[in-house]
Design a protein around this ligand. Structure first.
Ligand SMILES: Nc1ncnc2c1ncn2[C@@H]1O[C@H](COP(=O)(O)OP(=O)(O)O)[C@@H](O)[C@H]1O
Ligand SMILES: O=C(O)C[C@@H](O)[C@H](O)C(=O)COP(=O)(O)O
Length: 322
């Protein structure tokens, strides 16, 4: 019988405050526009925009910002029954963005004592996870307890129930104490995940070593559960590898780039949509690249997530970056 959800994501839902005045440093930016953010929330929203049935496990502040995030996610069709309100006064995470130029963008995160990292294991429901085909785990959820144990509980339940586990490495240094610790927890989850998605730099963090080739990285991970591994390299595109030995190159598409953040989350939503619909790995990489090109041409990450029709339209005229 078909499950109620194609995908449930676990991790942070937060706020993006995106510079409205571009091409200047943050010090000179006066106006910021508010959007829902947080990598797993962006992936959930992107997936819902693509018509996937989506749920979310997380924690938001018990205030106007938490209300806004919950309401926005409901508005785009993400189930928020397991997006709980913090009862200990923790606040929402904030991400300020700086757009100095389309090539020179950065984010500044305020993530001290943020509500998402206080998600408790007791707030992860096996009944909820039994209703999904896929669980998307964001690496940042492993950064601190009790969120770390909540994520590991979700992983254990998913494995027991045969739910496909996707690990989005989503490395944000702000919330980690040191990279050795990150590597330990990343390896625990990566070795049990069915699909891993991350940038080359994030795999270096996972390995706690800089210098491995993609082939060395995937050969090591394929000794464990993973069946499909995606390694992204920004404007140079992406690579996908299967345990059966196939390798694919995802070409990036030309875009009227406004800013580069949001690329990874939209890529994940597009890629996972195509994988869930058995469209093949080449198509999945095309969907990921196209979704990313669309999102980086707009101010927001979450609000710019494309529909399937937008991706298909884009691909009709898309030009590959060589
Ligand atoms: N400047 C760019 N122009 C076109 N596509 C891009 C650009 N930057 C990223 N992308 C697309 O987005 C994907 C993910 O970007 P990447 O920067 O690797 O991830 P993240 O945003 O997670 O750091 C890339 O594989 C590529 O398809
Ligand atoms: O993940 C965050 O908390 C910040 C995001 O909401 C923000 O939109 C962003 O930086 C997304 O960038 P990406 O991970 O490169 O897609």
């Amino acid at each position: 019988m078909a499950k109620k959800y194609n995908l449930i994501a676990i991790g942070r839902a937060a706020l993006d405050l995106n510079a409205v005045e571009y091409n200047r440093p943050m010090e000179a930016t006066k106006s910021f526009a508010k959007f829902v953010g947080g990598s797993p929330a962006n992936i959930a929203i992107g997936s819902a925009r693509l018509g996937q049935k989506v749920g979310f496990i997380g924690k938001v502040s018990d205030d106007q910002h938490g209300n806004y995030i919950t309401q926005y996610m409901q508005h785009v069709g993400v189930d928020t029954s397991n997006l709980v309100k913090d009862d200990e006064g923790h606040k929402i995470g904030l991400t300020f963005t700086e757009i100095k130029s389309p090539q020179d963008c950065s984010i500044l995160m305020y993530r001290d004592q943020v509500a998402d990292l206080y998600l408790r294991p007791a707030e992860v429901s096996a009944e909820y996870l039994a209703q999904t085909d896929q669980l998307v785990i964001s690496g940042t959820g492993l950064a601190q307890s009790p969120s770390r144990e909540a994520v590991l509980k979700a992983l254990g339940i998913a494995k027991k129930l045969g739910v496909q586990v996707v690990f989005e490495l989503d490395y944000r240094p702000y919330t980690w104490t040191n990279t050795e610790e990150t590597s330990i927890y990343y390896q625990i989850v990566a070795q049990q995940a069915d699909i891993i998605i991350g940038t080359r730099d994030e795999y270096d963090i996972l390995e706690n070593y800089v210098g491995n080739s993609n082939e060395q990285t995937v050969a090591e991970l394929f000794k464990y559960a993973p069946q499909l591994i995606v390694i992204k390299v920004g404007a140079k595109g992406s690579y996908a590898y299967t345990k059966a030995g196939a390798a694919y190159h995802g070409y990036p598409y030309k875009s009227h780039v406004l800013k580069t953040f949001g690329a990874g989350d939209s890529f994940a939503a597009g890629f996972l949509y195509a994988v869930s619909h058995d469209l093949g790995i080449d198509k999945a990489l095309q969907y990921g690249s196209a979704a990313a090109s669309i999102v980086i041409s707009q101010l927001s990450s979450s609000a710019a997530m494309p529909t399937v029709a937008q991706i298909e339209d884009f691909l009709k005229t898309a030009e590959v970056i060589n």
